[in-house]
Ligand binder design. Structure first.
Ligand code: ZN
Length: 356
């Protein structure tokens, strides 16, 4: 029995500990740590590792393709300390630089206004080429590695980026301005099907730096590959953690849902005929007569209406794709931000945002 427990514990399925309770030694079973087998080899740790600064923030994980066989890529990465990990063709993971230190993997880079992403990201090299699929064992190993790192650093799906997304070029003889399109590295990791296999549900839907005018787009083909239209749209009808409350179901009334806030301006009622009204415009009599299935947001305000000249991003800023930002389409569909495709939100859509 003891031997079986030791084998299970050793396999990484469970984390157990021996403690002494009132003089008696007991085993205490803690939460499962990780079910996937993930072994990381130290055979190729870079000699640069000890001299690299500790990273203060980990906002992104950046995926690369080596564009060469791992046998030669490992030598170069080790010599220069150019990644935190490499996943080779067989799915073996090698540590190059400690994950809490800075590795030089991005070069000239920008994302969402942040520059020099090496300071705020982890870099993973995957042996392979940007225009070819990776091997099955690589999918398994990379998915396990991403799961572990994302949990440690709380990196959401859409902040797992590709090098081609974040690299940019300085002005040169072809482009008068800073421009996107310097690299195609890792571009297959933007694909929905590839990301799903890696356990990633969301991806960036557009280039925030091109949109904000910080960069110009110099590689339209790359941009089309990195930011294809989202196929999940409009999927906001299923259960969603932040979806609004609904009147009438189980006898729900404005007061039972919103309490004393039922008649405040920041309690919004979206009636079944498409009208959107604030609680402060309702009398007690009106409130009693609100139709069944009226949707209710508490602590919200109307950010504005989407027009050709004023896209959703201009209204809600960086929170445009947050699950608690809502889009009320002209056909009365309600889409939470994390399920929205910003380019397909039609004119006349109202944007609801949390009131600060
Ligand atoms: Zn790269």
């Amino acid at each position: 029995m003891t031997r079986i427990i030791a084998i299970i514990a050793h396999s990484g399925l469970f984390f157990s500990r021996r403690i002494r309770v009132r003089g008696v030694v007991r085993w205490v079973w803690l939460l499962p740590v990780f079910a996937e087998a993930l072994t990381v080899s130290d055979a190729w740790v870079s000699p640069r590792n000890p001299e690299r600064a500790l990273r203060e923030e980990t906002r992104y994980i950046v995926l690369h393709t080596t564009e060469a066989a791992s046998s030669s890529a490992l030598q170069k990465l080790q010599r220069r300390g150019e990644a935190h990990y490499l996943v080779d063709e067989t799915g073996q993971v090698f540590r190059i630089v400690d994950r809490h230190r800075v590795a030089y993997h991005c070069g000239r880079s920008m994302w969402d206004g942040h520059t020099n992403l090496d300071r705020i990201s982890i870099g993973i090299e995957v042996a392979g080429y940007h225009d070819r699929d990776i091997e099955d064992p690589q999918y398994h190993a990379l998915a396990a590695l991403l799961k572990k790192l994302r949990r440690i650093y709380s990196v959401p799906d859409h902040r797992v980026l590709t090098h081609s997304m974040v690299a940019y070029g300085a002005p040169n003889r072809w482009h008068s301005r800073d421009h996107r399109g310097r690299k195609r590295c890792g571009m297959q990791f933007a694909r929905d099907d590839v990301r799903r296999r890696l356990g990633l549900r969301r991806r960036p839907l557009f280039d925030p730096d091109v949109r904000a005018g910080r960069l110009i787009q110099a590689d339209a083909e790359l941009a089309a590959a990195l930011f294809p239209p989202s196929r999940s749209y409009p999927a906001g009808r299923g259960p969603h953690p932040a979806m609004p409350l609904v009147l009438g179901r189980d006898g729900k009334t404005p007061v039972s849902l919103a309490g004393s806030k039922w008649n405040r301006p920041c309690t919004l009622y979206f009636l079944t005929d498409g009208r959107l009204v604030g609680g402060d415009t309702l009398s007690e009599k009106d409130a009693r007569k609100l139709p069944v299935d009226t949707r209710v947001w508490i602590g919200y305000r109307v950010g504005g209406m989407v027009t050709t000249k004023r896209p959703a991003f201009a209204i809600s800023g960086p929170r445009w794709d947050a699950p608690d930002t809502f889009y009320l389409l002209p056909d009365e569909t309600v889409i939470p931000g994390d399920l929205a495709d910003e380019r397909r939100i039609p004119d006349g859509t109202r944007v609801l945002m949390r009131a600060e």
